[in-house]
Design a protein around this ligand. Sequence first.
Ligand SMILES: Nc1ncnc2c1ncn2[C@@H]1O[C@H](COP(=O)(O)OP(=O)(O)OP(=O)(O)O)[C@@H](O)[C@H]1O
Length: 362
Amino acid sequence: MSFEKFFNTAVSSWMSQEGPDSDIVLSSRIRLARNIVDFQFPTVFNNEEAQQIVSLFEQTFAHRFYPSVGRFELLKMSELQLIEKRVLVEKHLISPHLAEDSPFGACLLSENEEISIMINEEDHIRIQCLFPGLQLTEALKVANELDDWIEEHVNYAFDEKLGYLTSCPTNVGTGMRASVMMHLPALVLTQQINRIIPAINQLGLVVRGTYGEGSEALGNIFQISNQITLGKSEEDIVEDLKSVVQQLIAQERMARETLVKTLNIQLEDRVFRSYGILANSRVIESKEAAQCLSDVRLGIDLGYIKNISRNILNELMILTQPGFLQQYAGGVLRPEERDVRRAALIRERLKMEERKAMEGDE
Ligand SMILES: Nc1ncnc2c1ncn2[C@@H]1O[C@H](COP(=O)(O)OP(=O)(O)OP(=O)(O)O)[C@@H](O)[C@H]1O
């Protein structure tokens, strides 16, 4: 298998498929943090230890086939171009931290891009498993299977009382972060999100932006995850998160209904104006593009727009990020050049959809 496919396809299969409640929950992720006994944590280990860990993974797991997810390939950060690393971040396959601050970092990626095992990030091993829609239990099952598979070859740092030992004390215990990526435009439009986020925080959950810790919520996409990793089982953490997510889904649906009832024409106008901007602009910044894409996606969910598939928007959200634009252009672009390319790419993609819809009507 060639590595090229990881960089040239914008949307991984888990992102293009529909899952339960995928009008609101874009994806579910389980991440397990693990460390290997006899090695110091990545925050303090030396280069030799870091390389030994990468070699261990290269020899044991690279090119190995795992049922249902396909063959694994090992990508070393030191061998990737800056743009290629950015593309992997934009596809949510690696964290910005691995791409930017881990010279001995690597990533073991499954052929279907559902599994990404980051090596030498904040911990020696971070297993992440991604599923479309609200499928935390399913993602946990696969993550646990992979965890067992790796443990057949590696001795984990584990304490009988504390559980898995991790670099950062906040991850000790299960070492698990369960998260969902949610599209919540109606809660943002009605400003209910401002009181919902503090309430979620009080329940021991965290609300983050589209690209994780420290990033902002582009296009009304929020990441919700557990804060607590100690004193609760993985299954309980997932169940608790799921019940909050289900309440959020209900609130977002209710807010959409209220908007349609009270501001139908204004909402429809907003959706079509955003569509107009996307279909016609010659220069567009990523923030504006993300906001318009969010409006159009809402318009599709509410039935105002009928001839575009929801997936095009998932795809455009990633394709219009700086890394992808430069990967397509085959080199570095200045921000002003990216804004022009972004506008052209969106226009072209929407035209393709319109043509497809017209052919379907004939
Ligand atoms: N549900 C999800 N769907 C898709 N991608 C996700 C999801 N949750 C997190 N990610 C991606 O995972 C990456 C890491 O996110 P984040 O920093 O929040 O988690 P983490 O590294 O596991 O957390 P921490 O190190 O703080 O415990 C980000 O690039 C983010 O885009």
